[in-house]
Write a new protein. Structure first.
Length: 193
């Protein structure tokens, strides 16, 4: 039994990590209304975006899925960058979002931090709305520096723009995140008459 466990651990640590050839599909969000004299907590000053591609609702079956964010996240690692897609359900016709420029990924083993480079299509540190059909699922794409091939597990840290709150997801398996590329596959809208 001990020999089998040792062999399993050895096989896991020697597994070759390869980079993805391409980043995920990058869409162009339509700017419906630009921010005007932007002020935090003044909704009329927020930019409004729309026409984002909708994706299928992520599979949330089982106890583990209910508490673990891996089901709503996917990762692509290229030689030039690391991309993290975050799937989100629109709660209203206009759903509010904000992303800080202080977001980072942290290597669980080394503690090395990789700060965010870009939120594709959207601004840093400003609230904005995404317009769509309530219940539709969309994805926000975050871009980070390339992670080393040796990185197996990350922590995701996202402080709220005003630094009052933070979201932190720990011990996210790179292998699980890379297996989730399908979560941003386009979904078809069903129209019921």
């Amino acid at each position: 039994m001990l020999i089998l466990v040792g062999a399993t651990i050895s096989a896991c640590t020697e597994k070759e990590i390869t980079y993805d050839d391409d980043c995920p599909a990058i869409y162009k969000a339509r700017l419906i209304k630009p921010a005007r004299d932007y002020q935090p907590r003044v909704w009329d000053s927020y930019a409004v975006y729309g026409d984002l591609p909708i994706v299928k609702e992520t599979d949330k079956d089982g106890d583990y899925a209910d508490i673990h964010p891996c089901n709503d996240m996917a990762m692509w690692r290229t030689k030039d960058a690391t991309y993290l897609a975050l799937v989100s359900a629109l709660g209203w016709v206009r759903t509010f979002y904000i992303y800080s420029d202080k977001i980072y990924l942290r290597d669980c083993d080394t503690g090395e931090k990789y700060p965010i480079i870009e939120i594709v299509n959207f601004p840093f540190n400003q609230e904005f709305f995404i317009e769509g059909v309530p219940g539709d699922h969309i994805y926000i794409l975050l871009k980070f520096p390339p992670l080393p091939k040796t990185t197996r597990c990350i922590d995701y840290y996202e402080p709220y723009a005003n630094q009052e709150y933070a979201f932190e997801y720990n011990d996210l398996s790179i292998e699980a995140l890379e297996a989730n590329h399908h979560i941003i596959d386009p979904a078809e809208r069903k129209i019921v008459y």
